[in-house]
Every structure is written in structure tokens, then in C-alpha cells.
Write a protein that binds this ligand. Structure first.
Ligand SMILES: [Zn+2]
Ligand SMILES: [Zn+2]
Length: 255
């Protein structure tokens, strides 16, 4: 059994076949899905999907791209959504200096606020970080994120970031990026990460793994990620499934 720990199941690309796609993934051995909030409306959609499907859990939070839209009432509404019993984490939050869709100064301010909110709500944190490794780790330390822990989703940082994240008690989640031809450095990092600190994800509909490149990504493809990790760690894909499932259950308190 596999858990896809980072999906965007509310994405409009799934509007025509969402339920069929979830069923297809379950037939492929993916038992459980975590669908991620990126702003207020997608956080609401995530909670709504989790309410409708027993196999779906939700996160809530505001992605660094979207933090410029945060209005006065958003945090109270997120606090209210967090009371739903299938909300298992706060995020994805963090810093993204690649696109800078929101100004970097504002990204840092909102990231700090949301780490505090996650601690208030006692929820683990789902981190998104791109081209912002130093600031991300510094803010997590300064805002005492280790008290709730969490996961660096779609990990694609340097070896030092992997080490710092593990030292902070965080999990690292790997996506289809590890199957990409140019991801040699990342595959070397996978080899060094302990199996009890690893999660797997698709980040669907993005980041379709090899050999499905060019098509819409979906949770059934999380198996490709598990297979690649198994190859790199020289263990069976069943071992990777068991370990990463147990890790996800532990982090997200999923039964
Ligand atoms: Zn992300
Ligand atoms: Zn995402």
C-alpha cells in the first residue's frame, strides 16, 4: 500500500474524471491521499474533498505564490477549517524566490506568521521551498517549527538542506523529480536519507514522472517514485511502500 502525501486533487484538470481517477489509483495500490491547500479557496476545496472521500485527507494554508492575497479574515477562516477532523497538516507554506509571485519580504513575513499559526493549531507543516534554502531553514528555526515538525515536500535542495531538515526533525518527501534524467544530485541525496524519514508524493497534476512525461500527472503514478527509491536504496518496492506509509501515518496521525 502507498500513500500519496501531496496532491492537488481539486485541480480543474480533474473535473471530468476525479472520482474515477481516485478509484484508478486505489486499484493501483494507492490507499490514501493528502490533498493540499494553497490559498483560502483551495483549502476549502481540500477540506470538502476530504469530507466526501474516506481515503482523502486535507491540509490548509497559503502557498508563497499566493500570500499577497491574504486578507484580514483569512487566518480566522483557516483556524475554523482546521477544526475539521480530516485536516492533518498546515501548508503548503514557505518561500519561492524562483517566481517571486509575491514579494520576498512579504513571503518571509507571511511564512513566519503561518509557522506560528501551525504551532497554535498543533499541526505539522508542509514546506514548499525553491531557491530560498537559507531563509527557509532560518525561519523554521527562529519560529520553533520543530515543536510541530513537518515535511519538506518535493525535496530538491542541496545535501546540506537535507541534513539540516533531518536535524530539525522534519521528513523529506520525494516526487517524480527523482526520475528525471538530470536529477543525478538529487538521487545521490535519496541514497543518504534514512528510510524512516522519507515520504513519497506525486504533487499531481504537476511533475509527471518518467515514463509518463508529457501527460497529466495523477496519484497512481506515485508508484514510479516508490520504484525509483527502491532501486536507489537496493530494497524492494514493498519495503518502500511499508516504510513511507508508516512514516506518513506517524507524521499526519492518519489511522
Ligand atoms: Zn509546492
Ligand atoms: Zn503542491
Amino acid at each position: 500500500m502507498l500513500i500519496d502525501t501531496h496532491t492537488h486533487l481539486d485541480d480543474a484538470r480533474y473535473n471530468d474524471d476525479r472520482d474515477a481517477m481516485i478509484a484508478r489509483a486505489q486499484n493501483a495500490g494507492v490507499s490514501t491521499f493528502v490533498t493540499i491547500g494553497c490559498d483560502l479557496s483551495t483549502s476549502r476545496s481540500a477540506v470538502e474533498l476530504a469530507g466526501r472521500h474516506s481515503c482523502v485527507y486535507a491540509t490548509i494554508g497559503v502557498h508563497p505564490h499566493e500570500v499577497k492575497h491574504i486578507a484580514d479574515d483569512w487566518y480566522d477562516e483557516l483556524r475554523r477549517l482546521a477544526q475539521h477532523d480530516k485536516v492533518v497538516a498546515y501548508g503548503e507554506i514557505g518561500l519561492d524566490y524562483h517566481y517571486n509571485h509575491s514579494p520576498p519580504t512579504l513571503q518571509r513575513e507571511r511564512f513566519r506568521e503561518q509557522v506560528c499559526l501551525a504551532r497554535e493549531l498543533n499541526l505539522p507543516i508542509v514546506i514548499h521551498t525553491r531557491e530560498a534554502q537559507d531563509d527557509t531553514i532560518a525561519i523554521l528555526k527562529e519560529e520553533r517549527a520543530a515543536e510541530v515538525g513537518g515535511v519538506f515536500h518535493c525535496f530538491s535542495g542541496d545535501a546540506w538542506l537535507a541534513k539540516d531538515a533531518l536535524d530539525l526533525g522534519f521528513f523529506l518527501s520525494f516526487s517524480g523529480v527523482i526520475t528525471f534524467q538530470n536529477a543525478t544530485m538529487l538521487r545521490d541525496i535519496v541514497k543518504t536519507v534514512p528510510l524512516d524519514r522519507m515520504l513519497i508524493e506525486t504533487d499531481c497534476p504537476y511533475l509527471t514522472p518518467v515514463p509518463h512525461r508529457g501527460k497529466r500527472n495523477e496519484p497512481a503514478h506515485v508508484r514510479c517514485v516508490a520504484e525509483k527509491i527502491a532501486e536507489l536504496k537496493a530494497v524492494t518496492v514493498e519495503d518502500i511502500g511499508n516504510m513511507t506509509t508508516r512514516n506518513a501515518q506517524r507524521l499526519f496521525k492518519i489511522p
